[in-house]
Ligand binder design. Structure first.
Ligand code: FA5
Length: 342
């Protein structure tokens, strides 16, 4: 039996000499140290040996096992080192090759316009106030001076939900009531940006889903001159032109009295008339007015003591003007050829 162990060891060592890669080494390990290897079988056969022979054979079998395991590890380390050296020799690195350019994302054109609007109003002391997109009928209409069945509700085609009295907001104006109820009785100067939804025919100028930026100022001595001054200054900063012409046209919104829409002089033709301004020389950019006393009251402010102004603009339409884009549908189509131009 002892002779047999010496033979097992010698054969294993001879086979190990011939191993030249890590796969072959693993095969060697299974064949010579694995569960069914001759060495392991010799442990199983020890039960049939005499009492005197058993400890000698057991000791020698263990020594052979430990020796072969040590030789296995030495060989493994050697092969790994050889594989590393070979790969370093083969795969040469050319440090003079130019790197691969990183693909950089960019902000959506509407996000860029929104940030520009936020920055301008931030400089004028307005803070951003966010309010919900899913609204109650009361906030979207009733508290804005449009009680149920009021004909002015038809100005906005509304998306209704399956829950009675819950709708998708058609404009950012309901945020005025949320802000007033939160800030009351302090003065307010906020802008309210966000997504609006209208059940409208999609055209080159109208989407079913679009953004608005609302503005609201409430205080004890706020007048129409403040509204005109703020919005005129806003237009000059937005179009980066201190001399840009603006005009206020009388209009009607149920939640403001008086109401006005603001136009800016067409920057394409300088007011002479062209296809962008439909030969009028002017471009409409927002709706505005003095907050209606009923709305102030719903917000918790006494209209005898407080007054305020509000305005609402559409960043998609403003972006179309700034970049002379003729179709609003480009914005949400996610065509990279369009988006990558900004
Ligand atoms: C309003 O929504 C009023 N809430 C604005 C307002 C606020 C007036 C506060 C007075 C005081 P109007 O429906 O005109 O008004 O919409 C305002 C702006 O939103 C428009 O000038 C336009 O730029 C944009 N807008 C309206 N409908 C769409 C649409 N379907 N797609 C894209 N932009 C739109």
């Amino acid at each position: 039996m002892l002779e047999q162990l010496e033979q097992i060891k010698a054969e294993a060592q001879a086979a190990l000499e011939k191993v030249s890669d890590l796969d072959a080494l693993e095969a060697w390990r299974v064949a010579h140290l694995g569960r069914s290897s001759p060495l392991m079988n010799s442990f199983k056969q020890m039960g049939g040996l005499s009492k005197e022979e058993r400890p000698k054979v057991g000791q020698r079998a263990n020594e052979v096992k430990v020796a072969l395991e040590a030789e296995l590890e030495t060989k493994r380390a050697m092969l790994k080192q050889a594989a590393l050296s070979a790969s370093l020799d083969e795969e040469q690195l050319d440090v003079t090759l130019p790197g691969r350019a990183l693909v950089r994302g960019r902000l959506h054109p509407i996000t860029q316009t929104l940030r520009r609007i936020y920055a301008i109003f931030a400089e004028m002391g307005f803070q951003v106030y966010r309010s919900r997109e899913v609204e109650s009928d009361d906030y979207n209409f009733t508290f804005l001076n449009m009680p149920p069945h009021h004909p002015a509700r038809d100005m906005w085609d509304t998306f209704y939900t399956s829950t009675e009295g819950v709708i998708l907001r058609t404009h950012t104006s309901p945020g005025q009531i949320h802000a007033m109820r939160e800030f009351h009785p302090d003065p307010i100067r906020v802008i309210l940006p966000g997504m609006c939804y209208r059940y409208e025919q999609v055209t080159t100028r109208s989407e079913m889903q679009f953004t608005q930026v609302e503005g609201l100022a409430v205080g004890k001595h706020i007048t129409l001159s403040d509204l005109k001054g703020t919005l005129t200054d806003f237009a000059r900063r937005l179009f980066d032109d201190p001399n840009v012409g603006t005009r206020f046209r009388a209009s009607h919104f149920p939640f403001t009295e008086p109401s006005a829409e603001m136009d800016v002089e067409c920057f394409v033709c300088g007011g002479k008339g062209c296809s962008v301004c439909k030969q009028t020389g002017w471009l409409e950019i927002l709706g505005s007015g003095m907050v209606h006393p009923t709305v102030l009251r719903y917000g918790g402010y006494d209209p005898e003591e407080y007054s305020g102004y509000a305005f609402g603009m559409g960043p998609e339409r403003i972006t179309m003007l700034l970049h002379r884009i003729d179709d609003i549908r480009y914005f949400w189509r996610n065509d990279l050829r369009f988006l990558e131009q900004f």
